[in-house]
Design a protein around this ligand. Sequence first.
Ligand code: SF4
Length: 349
Amino acid sequence: MYCYLPFRRLSNEMSPEIAQAVADSAADLTDPGGQLDIVWHGGEPLALGQRKFTALLAPFEQLRHAGRIQHSVQTNATLIDDEWCDLLARYQVRVGVSIDGPAALNTRRVDLRGRPAFDRIVRGIRRLRDHGIRFSVIAVVGTEGIEQPESLLDFLADLGPHTIGLNVEEMEGVNDQRCGIAQDQAERFWQRVLNWRRTHDGGPALRELDRLADYLYLARSGQRDEWCRYGLDPIPTVSVDGDVVLMSPELAGISDDAYGDFLAGNVRSQSISSMLAQAHRLRYVREFMTGLSRCQAECEFFDFCRGAQACNRYFENGSFATTETDYCRLTRQALITALHTSTKKEIAA
Ligand code: SF4
C-alpha cells in the first residue's frame, strides 16, 4: 500500500447506506446526456472483497444503466483474480493501476507487512489482460525515475495499458517531504518523454501529453472556451462515513487549527449539490478561489494550467491562497518549457 491518505492502515469500510446516499446525490448532479465518474480509491478499494464491493455498486445500477455514471477504481492490482475481473467487467469499471515502474523503481509500493508488492501487481495486470479488461497505469516519478524516462516508459508500455499517467512526486497528505526534484531536471524529463512519444507511435496514450495536445488543438482552432470548461472541478470526495471534502481528495481525514476539518457536509444529511451550492462559505474554498485569481493575474502558464491542485498549495505553502507549488513547477510549467525547448531545437536542426 502506498497512498497519500492518513489513517490508510485502518480498515474502515463504507456501508451500503452511505453508498445509497452518494448515489442519490449523483442522481442530482448528473444532467441527462452527462456522465459522472465515480472513482473508488483511497487505501486499496479491492481489499473490501467482492461481496461488499458489489453491495456498494448496487445503489448506482439504475444510473449506470442509464449511462449517467461510470465507475472507476484506482488499485494496486495485487488482489485482482479471475473473480475480480468478472466483477469489473460486469459493472464496466474503468481500472487504473498504480505502479511506479520496474521492480527497482517500485520499492516503495509494499503491503501492510512491508513486503514488496511488485510481483503481485504485475500478476494482477496479467490477469486483467487475460480477461481483455482495458486499464491505465499511473506511476509516481521520484528522484530515480526522473533520470530514466525511456526505461520507465518502455516498461510501463510493455504492461499493455491504454494510457500512462506520470505523477512527478509531490508533497501532499502523509507524503510531507519535499520531493528533491529540481525544475530543470523535470524539464529534461519531459523533453525526453516528448522524444519517447515521437518514436513510439501507436503505443499507449500519455495522459500529460494528451492534455497538452488537447490544449494546443483547442487554442489553435479558436475553441479556448472549451478548454476553460475543464478548469475547475470541485472533486467532492466522500469518506467511508459519508463526510465530504471538496477540491482535493487528499484533504479527507485531515484537520488543522486554521481550516478545521475541511468538511463540506455529510451525505447522510445533505446532498452533494447543496454542499456545492454553499461551498463559498468554506474558508479553504474561498482562499483557493483567491489563489486561482492570483494565478490568472500573475502566471504566464495559466492559460494551459488553469491553476488547479488545491492540496499542493496547502501542503507545500500552508495556504490555499498561494500560487506556485512544486507540483505546478514540475508538472505544468516544466512540461510547457520542455515543449518550447524541443520545438526550438527541431526548428534549428
Ligand atoms: S503554473 Fe502554478 S502558478 Fe501558474 S497557473 Fe498553474 S498553479 Fe498557478
